[in-house]
Design a protein around this ligand. Structure first.
Ligand code: ADP
Length: 427
C-alpha cells in the first residue's frame, strides 16, 4: 500500500511536469504561429511590391544564378519565369553589356556599387546599378541589378551636345567670315587710298592750269571765260575735299590713322573753331555762344579740331536763324562738348543713319540737298571713338540739333591716369 502511494505521488508530480511542459509548448506554438503570420505578411508585402513596381529589378545569387525579378524586367531585359535558377551568363538579354557577369561578380567581391549606362536592342538608354545583396545575417549573397530609364535625359543631353556643337561650328564660320570681311575692308581701304592719290594728281593739274589762265599767263580772258574759270576752280576744290574725306574714312576704317594723343585745352580748340567759322556765321547772320571753361581732354589736337569744325559747319549749314552754342561739361573721367544749333533738326528715324557714310537726310539719287556727300559725321564718329570717346546726337524736327562729343578728361599739364602717353595708332 505504501509503495502504491509513493508511486501515485510520483505519477502526480510527473503529471504536473507534463502539464507545465504542455503549457510551455502551447506558448511556443503560439509564438511560432505569430512569427509565421508576420513572415507571411512580409512575404506578401514583398510579392506585392515586386508585382507592382515598374522598375526592372533582377536578383542573382552568389554564383550568379537568377533568383528573382520584377515582372517588368521580363519586358525590358527579356527574361522569362523559367530563367529562375539559370546562370546570368546563359540569358540572352536585350541590353548590350558584354561584361555584365564580370561587373556583377566584381560588385559581389568588392562590396562596391557598380553603375553603367547601357542601351537595349532598340537603342533605349538605361542606367544599370548593381548593388551587393546582403542577407539578414549580414552576409553577401549575390547582387541586385536595378535598371532606371534615362532615355529622355540622355537624348536631351545628346541634343544639347549637338546643338552646342553646331553653335561652335556657326561661331567658327562667323569668325572666318569676320576675318574675310576684315581682309576685304583692308583691301577696300588700300584701293581707296591709291585711287584718291591717283585722282588728286590730275585734279591738282586742273586747278594749276586754271590758276595760270586766271593769272592771264596765256593772254587776256573775256568776262565769261573768267566766270567759267571761277566755276572750274570751285568745283575742283569741292572735288578735292571730297577725295580727302574718302581717303580719311578709308584710313580710319583700315586702322591706319596715326593719332598724336596730347593734353588739349578745350577752350583753345573752341577759340580756333570760332575763328575758322566766323565768315560763314557772318554770312548767315548767326550767333556763336560759348561760356569759357577750364577743361582739358586727352585727344589728337588736329583731329579734335576736324571733328568740331565738321559739327559746327553742319550746324551752320542747317540753321537759318538763331545761332550755334557750344556747351562743355565734365563728369568723372569724361568731358562732354555739345554743339547745339537752332536749325531744322533731324527726323527721329534718321539720327542713327546719319552717322553712316554717304547718308544725308532727304537725299535721293536724283536730288542732293547740300554740297556735302555725307561723310563728315561718319569720319567724326570714327575719330571720336578712336580717341576713346564717342559722338551722338539729340534732335527734334524744327527744334534744332545737339551733337554730343565725349572724350577722356585730362589733368592740366599731365595726362589723366587712364590714358597712355605718346602717339598711338587706331586698330
Ligand atoms: P554732309 O554734311 O557732307 O552731308 P555729314 O555726314 O556731315 O555729311 O552729315 C550727314 C547728314 O546729316 C547731313 O546731310 C544732314 O542731313 C544731317 N545733319 C548733320 N548735321 C546736321 C544738323 N546740325 N542739323 C540738321 N541735319 C544735320
Amino acid at each position: 500500500n505504501e509503495e502504491l502511494q509513493s508511486t501515485c505521488e510520483e505519477l502526480e508530480t510527473t503529471k504536473e511536469e507534463v502539464e507545465s511542459t504542455n503549457e510551455e509548448l502551447t506558448t511556443v506554438n503560439e509564438e511560432l504561429r505569430h512569427r509565421n503570420h508576420e513572415l507571411a505578411a512580409a512575404s506578401s508585402d514583398l510579392a506585392n511590391v515586386f508585382a507592382s513596381t515598374q522598375i526592372p529589378i533582377l536578383i542573382v545569387d552568389g554564383s550568379l544564378l537568377v533568383r528573382r525579378f520584377t515582372p517588368i524586367t521580363e519586358r525590358v531585359v527579356r527574361v522569362i519565369p523559367t530563367d529562375v535558377g539559370r546562370p546570368l551568363g546563359d540569358l540572352r538579354l536585350r541590353i548590350r553589356l558584354p561584361d555584365l557577369e564580370a561587373r556583377t561578380m566584381a560588385v559581389i567581391e568588392t562590396l562596391s556599387v557598380g553603375q553603367v549606362d547601357v542601351q537595349d536592342d532598340q537603342d533605349r538608354w538605361w542606367s544599370l546599378t548593381i548593388r551587393p545583396y546582403i542577407t539578414v545575417d549580414r552576409r553577401v549573397d549575390g547582387a541586385i541589378l536595378v535598371f532606371t530609364d534615362i532615355d529622355a535625359t540622355k537624348r536631351f543631353g545628346q541634343q544639347a551636345e549637338e546643338r552646342s556643337e553646331s553653335r561652335r561650328t556657326l561661331l567658327l564660320e562667323a569668325e572666318a567670315a569676320r576675318g574675310e570681311a576684315q581682309a576685304a575692308n583692308v583691301a577696300k581701304a588700300s584701293f581707296l587710298a591709291n585711287m584718291s592719290h591717283e585722282l588728286r594728281t590730275p585734279l591738282n593739274a586742273i586747278s594749276g592750269y586754271a590758276d595760270l589762265m586766271e593769272l592771264l599767263v596765256h593772254g587776256p580772258l573775256t568776262a565769261a571765260q573768267m566766270k567759267d574759270i571761277g566755276r572750274i576752280k570751285r568745283n575742283a576744290r569741292h572735288l578735292l575735299s571730297l577725295i580727302n574725306d574718302i581717303l580719311d574714312l578709308a584710313k580710319i576704317e583700315a586702322g591706319a590713322t596715326d593719332l598724336q594723343l596730347d593734353v588739349v585745352a578745350v577752350d583753345g580748340a573752341i577759340t580756333t573753331l570760332r575763328e575758322m567759322v566766323y565768315p560763314q556765321l557772318r554770312a548767315k547772320g548767326l550767333s556763336f555762344t560759348h561760356a569759357a571753361s577750364d577743361l582739358f581732354v586727352r585727344a589728337d589736337a588736329e583731329k579734335l579740331q576736324q571733328v568740331l569744325l565738321n559739327l559746327t559747319t553742319n550746324a551752320i549749314k542747317f540753321t537759318s536763324s538763331g545761332g550755334i552754342t557750344i556747351r562743355c561739361s565734365h563728369a568723372g573721367a569724361v568731358v562732354t562738348i555739345e554743339v547745339v544749333d537752332t536749325g531744322i533738326g533731324i527726323p527721329a528715324d534718321q539720327t542713327t543713319r546719319i552717322f553712316e557714310p554717304f547718308i544725308q537726310v532727304g537725299r535721293s539719287l536724283t536730288h542732293v540737298n547740300n554740297d556735302g556727300v555725307g561723310l563728315g559725321l561718319a569720319i567724326s564718329r570714327d575719330l571720336a571713338r578712336a580717341m576713346g570717346g564717342d559722338l551722338t546726337v539729340r534732335s527734334a524736327m524744327g527744334n534744332g540739333s545737339t551733337f554730343v562729343l565725349t572724350l577722356p578728361a585730362a589733368e592740366h599739364g599731365g595726362a589723366s591716369p587712364a590714358a597712355s602717353p605718346g602717339a598711338s595708332t587706331i586698330g
